[in-house]
Design a protein around this ligand. Structure first.
Ligand SMILES: [Zn+2]
Length: 215
């Protein structure tokens, strides 16, 4: 892989990346990693820049949209990540154990991971892996992800049986949280009550979580 940086007065820094096996040029705009053009080996950089210029309006409006959606998100430093990992190890296993016991789930191992693709996962063997980013979420949303993974212990897909179980467990949980004074939980419960979706809590919580980028 070969990288070159190009600076555009309006867009800012653009990474031009050549790597083997690329057939087509493409532009990626990422809220943390910035703008990147994938350039096939035989295409001169000048051609890649002209390609970018032809899509400039799109690039600028995409950056603008991502800024509005995510706020000013900055990349975390390694020491910030380590602090988050320590916090995740301190908080998440206990929280998962509490929810599992309350709702009658049994799981194997729990691992804390750091990746930018998913909040959590549950293996076929019943091991649960949790993203350390979960500690950045409000409690009600973090619990929602934990309950989602716990429900996968019984249903390994996202079919109707899975969703009914998750909705059932979440309804009980969100009411407990709001009864104990959790304002955010109370407002999600109200929003879900007005939703016409088949799985209202899932709908409301999932779209709230999407506002938090994984860093
Ligand atoms: Zn799932």
């Amino acid at each position: 892989m070969l990288e070159k940086i190009y600076n555009d007065p309006e867009i800012g820094e653009i990474k031009l990346v050549r790597s083997a096996g690329l057939r087509r040029m493409s532009i990626k705009v990422h809220p943390l990693k910035g703008v990147r053009i994938n350039v096939p080996w035989l295409v001169p950089y000048g051609v890649a820049i002209s390609f970018l210029m032809s899509k400039k309006d799109w690039v600028i409006s995409t950056i603008e949209r991502q800024r509005q959606k995510y706020g000013a998100v900055k990349a975390m430093t390694p020491s910030e990540i380590e602090a988050m990992r320590a916090e995740a190890k301190r908080v998440l296993p206990g929280r998962l154990a509490l929810l599992a016991e309350r709702y009658g789930f049994t799981y194997g191992r729990v691992t804390i991971r750091h990746n930018s693709s998913n909040w959590g996962s549950c293996s076929g063997r019943g091991n649960i892996s949790l993203n350390l980013n979960l500690v950045r979420l409000p409690r009600v949303l973090c619990d929602y992800v934990l309950l989602h993974e716990l429900c996968h212990l019984r249903h390994h897909d996202h079919g109707p049986a899975f969703h009914l179980l998750l909705e059932h467990v979440c309804t009980d949980h969100i009411l407990r949280l709001s009864d104990s004074g959790d304002e955010e939980a109370a407002s999600f419960a109200r929003e879900a009550a007005m939703s016409k979706s088949r799985y209202p809590l899932d709908r409301v919580m999932t779209s709230a979580i999407k506002k938090y980028p994984l860093v």
